[in-house]
Ligand binder design. Structure first.
Ligand code: SF4
Ligand code: SF4
Length: 326
């Protein structure tokens, strides 16, 4: 069995000691985006344990058999609480839907928690209200019961719930209290760092795989109004799509619709796309993930030959876990 190098990223300070210790095999690098140590060439690892000895913070464990993975590492590395963000954006249930859209835009989030986290209102909910001409009604009218997850649950469980319920965030509960949020992007981060912790349900993402495998076909639109974009996304069950005007390529998403609503635009105004350089489908998926993490993007336009496609955090995350279809 090949050696497995486990890195506890919660304690890693990016000091480069492990990277220097592995100068010969060059298996470990500090990720330029996350600033955490990362095993980039696991196939070249000799199991010499130099990295484990070099780490001043005891972040690294090298094992030669999966059964040797310390139980504590196995459990803690896959916990939701490890990857959840502490930042919670709470809304007032009496706010109007438009005020809710303004708050989401200001905070850069896709949902607001109401009533101590027992209710949630998402971008999709506020857009439904806008389309129905009900944007001045109280937010609470468009909220749903929040689906939550315990901090001690596993990341795979969080992903399973998010994919099953078609949601991208879950409020996290610790000792009966709201403590943070976990998103699909956090799951993606967890999938890359916990990949050595294998069990039957996890198929880790191979960072060298081509983007082609994950890119999905979407309608490529030109100039569209807010109303037209909403109906395209709703019909195709998408959160974003690719836009092309002449040589320029970009994205438009439900986040842009929420921004337009917050700015007081009308449904018949043209929507402003975000111009984003597409990545090539021939590139490695690790490059796309790094761009998405760095620029806080949930989607990326992709060129596959002459065709334009789209990459989404959800599509990448789906490949991280095998889900039994019943
Ligand atoms: S065990 Fe040795 S070869 Fe493997 S990552 Fe650590 S230093 Fe590099
Ligand atoms: S030596 Fe330890 S703390 Fe330093 S970068 Fe490597 S894993 Fe992180």
């Amino acid at each position: 069995m090949d050696p497995i190098v486990l890195i506890d990223v919660d304690r890693c300070v990016g000091c480069y000691m492990c990277q220097r210790a592995c100068a010969l095999a060059q298996c470990i690098e500090i990720n330029e985006v996350t600033r955490f140590a990362e095993v980039v060439r696991p196939e070249d690892c000799t199991g010499c344990m130099a990295c484990e000895r070099a780490c001043p913070y005891d972040c690294i464990v090298v094992v030669s058999d999966e059964s040797q993975v310390p139980l504590r590492a196995k459990i803690t590395l896959s916990r939701v609480r490890r990857y959840a963000t502490k930042r919670l954006v709470l809304g007032d249930p009496r706010w109007s839907v438009r005020r809710g859209a303004e708050e989401m835009t200001k905070e850069g989030v896709g949902s607001l928690l109401l009533m101590n986290g027992t209710k949630i209102v998402t971008e999709t909910d506020v857009l439904e209200a806008w389309i129905g001409g009900r944007e001045e009604e109280p937010l609470i009218n468009f909220s749903k019961d929040a689906i939550t997850i315990e901090g001690k649950a596993t990341v795979e469980e969080a992903l399973r719930i998010m994919l099953e319920k078609c949601i991208s965030h879950l409020p996290v509960i610790e000792r009966g209290k709201l403590s943070g949020m976990i998103s699909l992007r956090d799951v993606l981060r967890a999938s890359s760092v916990t990949s050595p912790i294998l069990d039957e349900s996890i198929l880790p993402i191979n960072p060298r795989e081509k983007i082609e495998k994950y890119a999905i076909q979407v309608p490529v639109v030109g100039k569209v109004t807010n109303r037209e974009l909403y109906s395209i996304l709703k019909e195709r069950k998408l959160k974003a799509t690719v836009v092309r005007e002449g040589e320029k390529v970009g994205l438009i998403s439900i986040r842009d619709l929420t921004k337009a609503m917050a700015k007081g635009k009308s449904l018949d105004d043209l929507i402003d796309p975000r111009w984003i350089n597409p990545v090539s489908s021939e590139e490695q998926i690790s490059k796309a993930i790094a761009i998405m993490m760095e620029h806080n993007l949930r989607h990326l336009p992709v060129f596959q030959g002459a065709e334009l496609k789209m990459l989404s955090v959800k599509e990448i995350a789906k490949h991280a876990v095998w889900i039994k279809v019943t």
